[in-house]
Design a protein around this ligand. Structure first.
Ligand SMILES: Nc1ncnc2c1ncn2[C@@H]1O[C@H](COP(=O)(O)OP(=O)(O)OP(=O)(O)O)[C@@H](O)[C@H]1O
Length: 688
């Protein structure tokens, strides 16, 4: 072993030196290329005068320089990319090694070749690297892009602990007896944001990461089984494997809330990839301009309201029964049930709804619904343009006739047009936003339950749309108007159990050209009412069993809430503490004065409780933050937050206050308790 360690140290030095030399040469090339870019720009300035002149021919000069400019800039970007990669790798070129068919295969954060095209480091996403994540040796196979399998004799699997280019330790796993690197990572809770798990991906996780792009995948796994981590590793894998057709802006990450995006934002850059687009279900609504000006309840407000309010409407609108009814109703809209609004301006009806309805059902009756609406849209835009022309003429006449205006005719025309456009802005917006369709009425008619329908009408009259109205209204909108985002090719949904069947269908139908990887846990619904299980027939189902986040003691406690939920592969820690206290704030104060944890979240049963506790504790805990529903930045070690904002995160120490609040909400308690990596305290005090 001693000799082996020396050999590996030697190899590491060689690799680091190679990377340093490579990096230096890239820096040199960068200088030269940026010099070339400057040179081209300068000659553009010198040779091609500021005013383009076809006769003089300088436009042709300019055009002839474009390909060269593009080429130089592409080259610059490529070199800069490689420079960043080599710099990243100099500190930790690789984390593993295999001996495959007698040849060493080092695995790290990117593929690096020497001058003779020998591969010094294999990217962890390359096909052969998959063997490393099998976590065993022997006769193994891996798949190459054409689908065929390659048989390989793996005689060695070695993990390295490398810091700042120095080999600290290595572990051989010729007999798989447990993963020491994994154990070390699990005990490291020094970071508050999500970390990448590239060096210790487990074989059941590896299979999920490497699922093909062209399939929908649904993954269920208990708390701490790595679902969020896998979501990020999978994005990196897809971007590498399908790099010719999948760029960062073709991938969408659906997050449970806005802060979550910041929580995961370090992982992809660390893996050498750009962050992808992100979205929340609530934010999707903003892209649909029909809904501008409509006030929709946020998820946080919905959770608070339904924590102790009447949930009949919520249950109805998130049920499969209603969804099926809605689909049938929508399919019939081509024949019956579409509602329109008069197109008005200045108090007069320009196009009556009866006319729009007649065109929709009679004149355009042979076309699909969305086609008919787009045709009507075009016709109404023509009417708008005619009105604009007419009004501009009138305004011009008035301006021209007024004695105080003695401007040029052109100036007056422009002024008249501005005035008319302003006056008709409301009319233009009605058409542009498709407001000639009365979507609210169509929606209300889709509700079969009379009491729910009545209440919905009252709410809509007050411009008080509830969270559960968003999905059916968006569903109708997407299908009626044929709306969607075709650029997105893959969607990753985390915490998928928090979406109803209608919400899921909205995402699927809006990102209509995308395949989906959805991850969640049926036992982790944070909503007090919850919704029925997802029915997705065309998804490849996968399950995770093991959990890596919390200590064995915390996992044991979690298993008392959901029996057999978690297969713990973690480390031992202290027992879970259940404490009845008179004054929760005083208790927390005394706890932290004795021993301040590295990171801590105080989770409360409501926003009011969070605000109160924050006021009581902020003087005692430096840097304490009261996390808000609208926050977008996560980076904080000490937090107070209401329970519904804790989704997906983890903290070294979790203090759940008002613990008995969750006695009737065991699955919410399950979510909160599983946020703790090391220490879990469940406090109960008289005051909430
Ligand atoms: N293969 C792994 N190697 C090292 N750490 C891991 C591995 N898999 C998961 N972890 C760690 O376990 C913790 C939980 O991971 P993650 O948050 O991705 O789980 P999750 O399934 O999304 O949890 P939850 O459903 O509770 O939100 C994280 O600290 C993560 O780094």
């Amino acid at each position: 072993m001693g000799n082996e360690f020396e050999l590996e140290r030697h190899h590491l030095n060689f690799t680091v030196n190679f990377l340093k030399a490579y990096n230096a040469s890239l820096m040199h090339q960068l200088d030269r290329t940026s010099g070339d870019i400057l040179e081209t720009r300068k000659s553009l300035n010198d040779d091609v005068s500021n005013t383009f002149d076809f006769e003089d021919g300088n436009v042709m000069d300019f055009i002839s320089m474009v390909p060269e400019m593009r080429l130089t800039e592409t080259k610059f970007n490529y070199i800069e990319n490689m420079r960043e990669t080599t710099e990243r790798l100099m500190k930790k070129p690789y984390f593993g090694r295999l001996t495959a068919d007698g040849e060493p295969v080092y695995i790290g954060g990117a593929t690096i070749q020497d001058n003779e095209q020998n591969i010094l480091i294999y990217d962890w996403r390359s096909p052969i690297a998959s063997l490393f994540y099998e976590n065993r040796v022997g006769e193994l196979t891996y798949r190459i892009p054409d689908g065929s399998k390659i048989k390989t004799d793996v005689s060695l699997r070695r993990q390295f602990q490398i810091e700042d280019g120095t080999l600290l330790n290595m572990f051989d796993s010729d007999l798989y007896i447990g993963d020491e690197m994994l154990q070390q990572l699990i005990t490291d809770s020094s970071r508050s944001k999500l970390k990448n798990i590239v060096a210790t991906i487990q074989s059941e996780q590896n299979i999920i990461i490497r699922q093909p792009l062209n399939q929908n995948t649904l993954v269920y796994g208990p708390p701490g089984s790595g679902k969020t981590s896998l979501a990020m590793q999978r994005i990196a894998y897809l971007m590498f494997t399908y790099r010719s057709r999948l760029k960062a802006d073709n991938i969408m990450l659906m997050s449970p809330n806005e802060v979550f995006n910041d929580y995961v934002s370090d992982v992809l850059p660390e893996l050498g990839e750009d962050n992808v687009k992100n979205m929340t279900f609530y934010r999707m609504l903003k892209a649909l301009i029909y809904f501008n000006g409509r006030r929709f309840e946020s998820l946080a407000d919905n959770i608070q309201r339904l924590g102790h309010g009447d949930s009949t409407a919520y249950e109805y609108k998130t049920s499969l029964e209603y969804f099926n009814h809605l689909k049938r109703y929508m399919e019939g809209l081509g024949e019956y049930g579409m509602h329109f609004r008069d197109l008005k301006y200045g108090g007069k009806v320009l196009v009556p709804k009866e006319l729009i309805e007649r065109v929709f059902y009679e004149d355009l009756g042979v076309h699909p619904v969305s086609r008919r609406l787009h045709k009507i849209y075009e016709d109404l835009m023509d009417i708008y343009r005619r009105e604009l022309k007419q009004l501009t003429k009138e305004k011009f006449k008035a301006l021209d006739g007024a004695p105080e205006y003695i401007g040029e005719k052109e100036e007056l025309k422009e002024m008249a047009n501005d005035q008319a456009t302003k006056e008709l802005a409301g009319l233009h917006a009605q058409i542009r936003r498709f407001r000639f369709v009365q979507l609210e009425k169509v929606y209300v008619r889709s509700i079969a339950d009379r009491a729910v329908r009545k209440k919905t009408i009252e709410d809509i009259r007050q411009n008080d749309f509830k969270y559960e109205d968003i999905a059916p209204m968006m569903y109708l909108y997407i299908h009626i108007f044929g709306a969607g985002d075709k650029k997105i090719r893959h969607v990753i949904i985390d915490e998928v159990q928090d979406y109803s069947n209608i919400q899921y269908a909205v995402m699927k139908d809006y990102y209509q050209r995308a395949t989906f990887t959805s991850l969640g846990d049926k036992n982790q619904q944070i909503h007090p009412v919850g919704s029925p299980e997802l029915k997705v027939e065309d998804h490849h189902m996968m399950h995770l069993q093991k959990s890596y986040r919390s200590t064995n003691q915390i996992n044991d406690y979690l298993n008392t809430i959901v029996p057999g939920g978690i297969d713990s592969v973690s480390v031992d820690g202290q027992d879970v503490q259940f404490i009845d206290v008179e004054d929760e704030a005083a208790h927390i104060r005394s706890m932290v004065s004795q021993d301040m944890p590295g990171q801590m979240a105080v989770i409360t049963p409501s926003r009011e409780a969070a605000d109160r506790l924050f006021e009581q504790l902020k003087g005692d805990i430096p840097g304490l933050k009261n996390l808000q529903e609208v926050d977008t930045i996560y980076n904080q070690d000490y937090l107070v937050l209401p329970y519904y904002l804790s989704k997906g995160f983890e903290y070294n120490t979790v203090i759940v206050t008002g613990a008995s609040f969750y006695d009737d909400l065991p699955l919410v308690k399950y979510v909160l308790a599983s946020r703790a990596t090391r220490n879990l305290y469940l406090l109960d005090g008289p005051a909430r």
